[in-house]
Design a protein around this ligand. Sequence first.
Ligand code: PDD
Length: 291
Amino acid sequence: MSTVDNRIGFVRGAFVPLREAVLPVMDRGFLFGDGVYEVTAVIEGRLVDNDHHLQRLNRSLGEIGIANPFSTGKWTEIETEIMRRNELRNGLIYIQVSRGVAERAFQYAEGLEPTVVMFPQFSKVQSNPIIETGARIITVPDLRWARRDIKSTSLLAQVMAKHAVKQAGVKEAWMLDGDIITEGASSTAFIVTRGNELVTRNLSRDILPGITRRTVLEIAKRHGLTIVERPFSKAEVLEASEAFYTSASTIAVPVIEMDGVCVGGGVPGPVFRSLYDAYLQDVMTLPASIS
Ligand code: PDD
């Protein structure tokens, strides 16, 4: 972090420049990774799929027994204020919630006051050049725990996967459980089979219920595509006519190569493109939170 970080965040109840924000060292988020998070994209002043992100936040909190400190309306109000104070028209808003501050002990007292930290990141989510060229990816073993449906701040396995991504000079890693793809290190994996079926893994405790996944499937249904929700293997990716991944921070990215082997003819495919374009079109019909 830069020492001249002028971004305004929301930290423990107040809007503050991030360079001045401090947290108690005994926060359970720091000591145990005892917390959850959310990320919502901001495109042209619009909070994208935000109600669904806030619903998933509520669920993640509930699954680990942290009371949701705010209503959906209040979360949205704070997000909008972060947009306003940072003049954030394009980028991301992170919400991080930990169980709170206490003596270091695995067991926790009920009713701790959750620590809430929110901050913006500036990026143009919607005009990533990778959309045109396609991304090269690698596979890595999925080293995560058994409750991947909770958007936990304990992200060590993903940090390791993303380091491998950096070392390989690629864009993303898809994680493997045996020969089966679970999901991307920070994205949901999709393929289009030669039989023209759109395949993505079914929801369970094994993957994060991606919000972008949800919206993309809704659009695919509207487009009359055949959708199959089931696990798929690495071999199926290599045989697929298209592969792509989705996330709030990228919308969708076409995959052209995996572990050095060409995927989908080595160019972004038409199914990806039509879903991506429709997604952005839908976003532009949302009301803007800031002008
Ligand atoms: N990550 N799977 C994992 C493991 C993820 O971390 C993410 C998102 C997704 C896609 O979910 P969504 O469409 O709701 O963003 C799937 C975010 C972008 C992050 O950690 O920054």
